[in-house]
Design a protein around this ligand. Structure first.
Ligand SMILES: C[S@@+](CC[C@H](N)C(=O)[O-])C[C@H]1O[C@@H](n2cnc3c(N)ncnc32)[C@H](O)[C@@H]1O
Length: 216
């Protein structure tokens, strides 16, 4: 699928932190993503910077973030100032990351692969910019089984329009764990996660040290 060059959702940027409340429903999962962080870290699709407060509590690290929507980036910059976090925040997309190979020790994706136009290209890019042995940490919503999954499929066309391009019914984690670039460290499926319309999955993968895989 062709990339859109115009990710711009001012209204969603304005309401995001109220609709996706970090202090209650989502905070524990972002805390999981930021646990024991160190080294060079990339927050992929940083949005309003919801992860930043959690990262600010971590130890010594070099923190980078990428976000294509200028309205989200403005809020992310404000968030970084509020929590006193030094961040190299860039405009860019997961499908074409503006970093060299092996640039990061950890790449984090929180609620992003539902929105990326070409998720396969983005997974290859994550593998490319991760150093061998580096970690890909994620928290994503995924396609449900059974009747809920059918309901997601039906709701998806409307959901995508009102939710800034978010796709409700992707099998995102199958895409991650099926990628030859990674070994699975842990994957946890949360059937009763923060929202009842979708299961969530969180986990950690390790970038393999050797092997020929796409993106390398
Ligand atoms: C649901 S928000 C998640 C924000 C944040 N990571 C969080 O945990 O709240 C999804 C973000 O992905 C961004 N996004 C959309 N397309 C993208 C792409 N191709 N590459 C990277 N980020 C993208 C959106 O602009 C939006 O800020």
């Amino acid at each position: 699928m062709a990339n859109r060059d115009d990710v711009s959702h001012p209204l969603i940027a304005a309401v995001y932190d109220y609709v996706v409340p970090d202090r209650t429903l989502f905070g524990p999962h972002r805390e999981y993503l930021a646990a024991d962080l160190s080294g060079r870290v990339l927050d992929l699709g940083a949005g309003t910077g919801a992860l930043f407060a959690h990262v600010a509590r971590a130890g010594d690290l070099e923190f980078h973030a990428i976000e294509p929507d200028p309205h989200m980036r403005t809020r992310a910059r404000e968030k970084a100032r509020e929590v006193d976090l030094e961040v190299d925040l860039r405009s860019g997309r997961g499908e074409s990351l503006p970093y060299p190979d092996d640039a990061f020790d950890v790449v984090i994706s929180s609620l992003v692969f539902c929105t990326i136009d070409d998720p396969d290209a983005a997974v290859s890019e994550v593998a490319r910019v991760l150093a061998p042995g580096g970690e890909f940490r994620f928290f994503e919503h995924v396609h449900a089984d059974g009747a809920l999954g059918t309901g997601q499929d039906l709701l998806n066309p409307v959901w995508t329009r009102v939710a800034g391009g978010c796709t409700l019914n992707r099998r995102t984690v199958d895409r991650f764990v099926g990628n030859d670039a990674f070994d699975v460290l842990e994957v946890e499926r949360l059937e009763n996660g923060p929202l009842s319309v979708t299961p969530f999955v969180r986990g950690r993968l390790r970038r393999r040290r050797e092997g020929a895989f796409p993106g390398r």
